[in-house]
Design a protein around this ligand. Structure first.
Ligand SMILES: *Cc1c(COP(=O)(O)O)cnc(C)c1O
Length: 403
């Protein structure tokens, strides 16, 4: 009899009790809007911003409605204009090109390597050929490229870097928090990321003018003095007259839920990485299957895992995912001709100018992806990796000539 996994790949942990208590307190007093505070009070949202700035080491932090909103605000805050070229990853999630499209800019997609990071040679070439002055860099699935080299390339070409850290909240490169290499870091607090308020996000920066613009953009109604992880009032003097309000605030209810989760993030990162390691160890040395190498200078958060089937064609990969699904293991295939559930490939975003990324095509053709919620036990992870290994072997064996 073959073993079957019974867990749910979309079931996250409950909100911690202290978060539930804090949320109930907000509902009891009724002041959910972030600027609805009593004399001298710092609301949950302002406190969360202070704590997030301290956690990442950023001078300033702004809590917003989503990760996608944070990226859009970041592009606006640095003055991206309609028609401007913005470099970004050809392999990422839809909200990233969506943020570029939202400001009517023109995305220029960059290739992805076998290790699922941005291809730095292609980046350098496309900076040169496109003349783009902005890179919206996505640390897709938590894979960090050589950030030192990336920043060298971008700094020497005068390219401003915005980091999409939806999958790297809690991760570091050379000891520095993800989101702190570029001018702006953007994070998501959506249910499937590393902290969960349903929807939500952050924008961080050390630049007072950029943060002043982002705060006005988010819909501060001239109440910016109620922020505590913000630049001084002088920074808003000019900015407040010329920056539109594109409302996307966070509210005190979600902030209340997030504060205890942020305090506990280090523990969660360890729990994710323990699970990730069990699965990765189980998959290593499986014929026809390659795990993704990680640069030891990066500390990642193993909230999902990717691997490549190196010898299988499309029909075989279809078969493999179906066999895994029949045994309770849900995999996403990034090479599928028609994307399921969400889009992650540049050719799915047909509102953007048509582009060709052969290296990315080759990598994604065999790439599979699995979520790793913390509701899975370590024993669950061992079983999942055993199922994947067995089904990968079955594909290789079926393809081998008989005899
Ligand atoms: C989830 C995600 C975002 C932001 O998503 P929101 O749903 O807008 O919070 C950005 N980039 C990547 C790669 C993501 O997976």
């Amino acid at each position: 009899m073959t073993e079957k996994f019974e867990g749910s790949f979309t079931q996250q942990e409950p909100i911690p009790e202290d978060g539930i208590e804090a949320a109930i307190a907000v509902m009891r007093h009724g002041r959910l809007h972030r600027y609805n505070v009593t004399e001298g009070e710092l609301g949950e949202t302002a406190l969360l911003e202070q704590e997030f700035a301290a956690y990442t080491g950023a001078k300033y932090a702004l809590a917003v409605a989503s990760g996608g909103y944070a990226m859009g605000a970041a592009l606006r805050a640095i003055g991206v204009q309609p028609g401007d070229k913005v470099l970004s990853n050809g392999f990422t999630l839809a909200p990233v090109p969506g943020a570029i499209a939202a400001v009517n800019a023109d995305p220029v997609f960059v290739e992805c390597t076998e290790n699922l990071v941005i291809d730095l040679d292609d980046l350098a070439a496309k900076i040169e050929s496109s003349g783009a002055k902005v890179l919206l860099l996505s640390h897709m699935r938590g894979h960090l490229c050589d950030m030192d080299r990336l920043m060298e390339i971008c700094n020497s070409a005068g390219v401003t870097v915005i980091e999409d850290c939806a999958h790297t909240m809690g991760a570091t490169w050379n000891g520095i928090h993800s989101g702190r290499h570029g001018l702006i870091g953007c994070y998501s607090c959506q249910t499937y990321k590393h902290v969960n308020s349903g929807e939500g996000g952050f924008l961080t920066t050390d630049d007072p003018e950029v943060m002043a613009r982002a705060i006005i953009l988010s819909g501060s109604y001239m109440l910016y003095e109620r922020h505590s992880a913000a630049p001084p009032p002088e920074a808003f003097e000019q900015v407040r007259w010329v920056t539109p309000n594109v409302s996307g605030r966070m509210d005190n209810l979600r902030a209340a839920i997030l504060r205890p989760q942020l305090r506990n993030l280090g523990v969660q990162v360890d729990a994710w990485n323990a699970r990730y390691e069990i699965i990765e160890t189980g998959l290593r040395n499986t014929p026809g299957l390659a795990v993704i190498d990680r640069d030891p200078r990066g500390v990642f958060v193993g909230s999902s895992i990717q691997f490549r089937l190196t010898q299988a064609g499309p029909g075989e990969i279809d078969d493999f995912t179906a066999r895994c699904a029949a045994r309770g293991v849900e995999l996403k295939w990034f090479g599928a001709p028609v994307p399921k559930a969400f889009t992650s490939r540049y050719d799915s975003w047909r509102y953007a100018r048509s582009q060709s990324l052969p290296r990315t095509d080759g990598v994604l053709a065999g790439l599979l992806d699995m979520r790793l919620p913390l509701t899975f036990s370590e024993a669950d992870c061992a079983l999942i990796s055993k199922i994947i290994r067995q089904e990968a072997r079955a594909i290789v064996d079926a393809a081998a000539p008989a005899g």
